[in-house]
Design a protein around this ligand. Structure first.
Ligand SMILES: C[S@@+](CC[C@H](N)C(=O)[O-])C[C@H]1O[C@@H](n2cnc3c(N)ncnc32)[C@H](O)[C@@H]1O
Length: 247
């Protein structure tokens, strides 16, 4: 099926950009610090960033010493920003759907992806492609929306509060019904794919990648100071991070 390219929708693009420019968004507070801690030594490395967006991580990889970075993304608008904000001779941006990476004629030491894998429909095939692009001992590091978030079919998982308005629990459903989810996020009709943890991790393992770490990030003290409500991560994780190595 043809993949959705929601980031090229004008309203979505502008709303997402505004969210990412806030200092207290969950990428800044939780996901990016947890990912940064798990990036391996990149001196001289060849790196692929899947769903690279504005290319900020591609720039980071160059600063960490990568010799070559390829950033792929389906969105023309995101790549247009990348080519201005994150340009470097060592970085090549390619407009490509992630389901097409199997056709790339190149091998990588490190494959990275921040918050894009929940847009992938066929994860089993995709992880096999990733394994085929990694050099022996190469590393995959990705984050995606946690399966608790992607589970509920109408996208309406919700916190339950006590009489003082404090969050005390979270209700979600459809966890063990993998598949397409069509939700409202800035605009109606945003397509994501839900996979329970067992399916996700098994697909990675069967692709020949050894899982080294699975992380559901919690906020550090500085993040709670900046945004006290981020304590809600103790009730329900927003992100899933997996680090795996090609055998
Ligand atoms: C939430 S954004 C994250 C961007 C970037 N990784 C970051 O951390 O700032 C997800 C990105 O995945 C891209 N994306 C979504 N579906 C895709 C697909 N099928 N193939 C390639 N990129 C895709 C979007 O265009 C968007 O740039």
């Amino acid at each position: 099926m043809k993949p959705q390219n929601i980031f090229d929708n004008e309203t979505f693009f502008n709303s997402y950009r505004a969210l990412r420019e806030r200092e207290d968004n969950l990428n800044v507070l939780l996901e990016q610090p947890a990912m940064a801690k798990r990036i391996p030594d990149l001196i001289g490395a060849a790196v692929l960033d899947i769903g690279c967006g504005y290319g900020h991580n591609c720039m980071d990889f160059v600063k960490r010493g990568a010799a070559r970075v390829v950033g792929i993304d389906i969105s023309e608008k995101m790549l247009a920003v990348a080519s201005v904000e994150s340009a470097d001779d060592r970085i090549e941006y390619i407009r490509m759907d992630m389901s097409e990476i199997g056709g790339m004629n190149e091998k990588f030491d490190f494959i990275y992806s921040s918050l894009a894998f929940h847009y992938c429909e066929d994860f089993a095939a995709f992880t096999r492609d990733i394994a085929s692009l990694l050099k022996p001992n190469g590393i995959l590091l990705f984050s995606q929306e946690h399966p608790i978030i992607t589970a509920t079919v109408d996208g309406k998982g919700h916190f339950n509060k006590d009489e003082n308005g404090n969050r005390i629990s979270y209700t979600f459903s459809d966890y063990n019904r993998p598949g397409k989810r069509v939700i409202t996020w800035f605009v109606d009709g945003v397509v994501k794919y839900h996979r329970p943890m067992g399916v996700l991790l098994t697909d990675i393992a069967r692709a020949g990648l050894m899982i080294e770490e699975v992380c559901e990030p919690l906020p550090e003290e500085w993040a709670v100071e900046l945004l006290p409500t981020v304590e809600k991560e103790y009730i329900k994780a927003n992100f899933l991070i997996v680090k795996a190595r090609k055998l």
